[in-house]
Design a protein. Structure first.
Lengths: 368, 362
């Protein structure tokens, strides 16, 4: 084989892997937006107005973009939570419940220690939140490791338990009178907003939780690629039998993965509780725990890709409000679902593409 | 107030269920999780057919609470008020339906930064957000339905907080129950056990005892969480227990939990009283009346005064006198509310309005 042929093959491989990585994302987004335009027209509104309003209200203005990032922040955390568990092939559908339990603990801790100055108060509140969310996440991990109970069922069910428990605690102990929210956290447990430093963002709730999220994504990426535990987790994910043969402590890894996942999901609450409203409120999670599944899926569970994926979903989420006076909100939900479905289909198609090409080539001589 | 509360938790649970279904769909099969638009005729930026006058029509923006348009109760009533203002006052309006959690102030800000001259927040959840946004846009007017307010608390000059005296309307249906109950025992089913709902209970009890001092009011609450506003099975169970103990009229203030109360009334052939809007259609023949909160009137009147330039900030409390609460009396319930019965209830109304019958609120 000549050098030229090898270079050619390399180029082909590169082109294929690029196509496989970027192709499904680009194609599904393009198709989804096209379909949205069609639906807007069917609803009797103007697609041009729809897209210009969407653009101007989100990416086209500083304030709008900051709102998109604000929406993306909790999704970074919940996306990371789902992705981390998935590296060990564990489906954590319970990020919502972990976020609720962790958020309640975070709000309580943030309001309960008034003496702590700025960074300490935040760290303490985050620690309590992560601890509570981690413990909540550990339950399905333990059940899986000890009894083999499927984590999908357990995490789904625990979501309901978490909501009921949080509502009960809120209603009976933590809520201020005539409201469905807790007391405000202390000044020392408050994450500063970007608008404090930059006047163009006046009124924007974007806060330092975003940077925490990005830092978490980078750290998790490094951790899962460069540390023995991160590697073990991936081995477990690739094949439990092989992992057992390699002598890895499967039970401990399972519990660890779910605990860390729960702790990450809990940190998603920091955006709202420490950075935005400064209290826990019924419904504050707004489905971010569930949306984290979609975020992780689009990012193919790679921690570093979670950030752009979360921003994309944040864009749709805030965009829904921006275009709400033109089209019903459900249109954006629909768009989200359609893009994901396209993505799953394209991803599968392109992943099996090389095999099918090989098959064609192998058959080629036989066909006349 | 109750209406909003109900909107909150129940939609949260519904939203959660939807997302779980969505998550499952991702893993189990590539089924489509997209819901069709559940609302009929989303008119979008209404009033595109602007009245062609010399000046642009008055522009009103409104943000619905989490329940959203189509809840057959609170939000729909606010929408009716807007539509009435559109046909009678020639205004144009637009509305937003933010989801749960974090978008309320973003939605208010979006409307305030646009064409809207008056911006509504529908529901007590808006209290903090609208206060903040009103301060950011001093040249715009704001109004909040079911504003949460403690006596003496300052309110921005460009914000009108609207509250209702639910206890006064409840007192009227309480008196009505006393006049029509054969057993002398009636029931009250509340949703979540909180001061808000206690107002309904206290008013109902006071009105009932005013007409039947030796009668008995059985009281039950469906729970202590938001779930309590969305639990028809529990509502039915509580109502059946009250009927077993002799109640022959039951008033509910419990959101969709009340649908269970109606079911029990239908099963045992007793009467039930609806709440918030006219609930006659939920169990025809078994709904004595409904204690209604005139959210539509409040919205309409606010638009009218703002348009006329007589907008006033501060808190306004709407009771019987202001037409903010009332009970339904029409052809559907004329068989029970005879002229004699009505005369007595109306006499109580006059006393409440005159202030000679103070209605307790807790």
């Amino acid at each position: 084989m000549s050098d030229r042929e090898i270079t050619n093959l390399r180029l082909q491989a590169f082109a294929l892997s690029t196509l496989q990585t970027v192709g499904p994302v680009a194609a599904s987004i393009a198709l989804g937006l096209g379909l949205a335009g069609l639906l807007v027209a069917l609803l009797g509104a103007s697609p041009t107005q729809f897209f210009t309003t969407l653009w101007a209200g989100t990416l086209g203005s500083t304030y709008g973009f900051s709102q998109v990032l604000f929406k993306a922040t909790p999704l970074i955390f919940t996306g990371l939570a789902v992705a981390l568990a998935f590296q060990a092939r564990l489906f954590n559908i319970g990020a919502e419940g972990q976020m609720v339990i962790g958020g309640l603990a975070m709000a309580w801790a943030g309001a309960s220690f008034p003496g702590l100055p700025f960074p300490l108060g935040v760290i303490e509140a985050l620690a309590f939140g992560a601890l509570a969310g981690g413990l909540w996440g550990a339950i399905p991990g333990l059940l899986k490791a000890r009894t083999g109970a499927h984590e999908v069922i357990v995490t789904i069910m625990l979501n309901f338990v978490a909501l009921a428990l949080a509502n009960y605690l809120l209603a009976n102990h933590l809520a201020l009178p005539e409201t469905v929210r807790s007391a405000e956290v202390t000044a020392g447990a408050t994450l500063p907003r970007f608008s404090d430093f930059w006047s163009a963002l006046r009124g924007s709730p974007l806060n330092l939780a975003l940077l925490l999220g990005v830092a978490a994504a980078i750290l998790l990426e490094l951790w899962s690629n460069r540390t023995p535990v991160g590697f073990s987790l991936r081995v477990l994910g690739e094949g439990p039998k092989q992992a057992r043969y390699a002598g890895l402590p499967l039970a401990r890894l399972t519990v660890f993965a779910m605990t860390a996942s729960g702790a990450l999901a809990a940190l998603a609450g920091s955006n709202f509780i420490l950075g935005y409203k400064h209290y826990y409120e019924e419904g504050f999670s707004a489905g971010a725990g569930f949306q984290g599944i979609a975020v992780a899926l689009l990012a193919r569970n790679r921690p570093i890709w979670i950030v752009p994926s979360a921003i994309f979903f944040g864009l749709l989420s805030y965009g829904g409000l921006v275009v709400n006076s033109i089209v019903p909100r459900e249109l954006i939900d629909l768009l989200e679902a359609v893009i994901l479905l396209f993505f799953i289909v394209f991803d599968r198609m392109l992943r099996t593409l090389p095999d099918r090409l090989l098959l064609l080539r192998a058959r080629a001589p036989e066909t006349p | 107030m109750r209406g909003v509360l109900r909107g909150g938790p129940s939609t949260m649970v519904r939203g959660g269920a939807r997302w779980i279904a969505f998550g499952l769909a991702l893993f189990l099969s590539p089924g489509c999780g997209g819901e069709g638009a559940k609302k009929d005729g989303h008119a979008g930026a209404d009033g595109s057919a602007a009245k062609s006058g010399g000046t642009a029509p008055y522009h009103v923006g409104l943000v619905f609470d989490v329940g959203g348009l189509g809840d057959k109760s609170f939000n729909d009533a606010a929408y009716r008020g807007l539509q009435k203002a559109k046909t009678e006052l020639g205004i144009e309006f637009e509305y937003l339906e933010p989801g749960e959690g974090s978008e309320r102030d973003a939605a208010l800000r979006q409307l305030a930064s646009g064409k809207a001259q008056l911006v509504f927040g529908v529901g007590f959840l808006f209290t903090d957000d609208i206060k903040k946004v009103a301060a950011e846009y001093p040249d715009k007017k704001f109004a909040c339905i079911d504003y949460t307010w403690q006596e003496g608390e300052p309110v921005p000059a460009n914000l009108a907080g609207i509250k209702f005296r639910e206890e006064e309307g409840s007192a009227l249906v309480g008196a009505l129950s006393a006049l029509l109950s054969k057993s002398g025992t009636v029931g009250f089913v509340g949703g979540m056990d909180i001061p808000l709902i206690h107002k309904f209970e206290a008013g109902y009890r006071a009105g009932f005892l005013a007409e039947k001092a030796d009668g008995k009011v059985l009281v039950n609450y469906a729970g202590v969480t938001g779930e309590a506003f969305a639990n028809p099975a529990k509502g039915k169970e509580l109502a059946l227990a009250q009927i077993d103990r002799g109640a022959d009229i039951i008033f509910h203030a419990s959101g969709s939990t009340g649908l269970g109360v109606f079911e029990a009334a239908r099963e045992r052939k007793v009467l039930a009283i609806g709440v918030d809007s006219d609930q006659q259609a939920e169990a025809p023949g078994f709904i004595l009346t409904s204690m209604v909160k005139q959210v539509d009137v409040a919205v309409f009147e606010s638009v009218k005064s703002a348009k006329a330039g007589s907008f006033q900030g501060g808190v306004r409390v709407l009771g019987l006198k202001e037409g903010g609460v009332d009970y339904i009396n029409d052809a559907n319930n004329a068989q029970w509310i005879t002229p004699e019965v009505k005369a007595k209830v109306e006499a109580l109304r006059a006393e409440i309005i005159a202030g000679s019958f103070p209605v307790p609120s807790k």
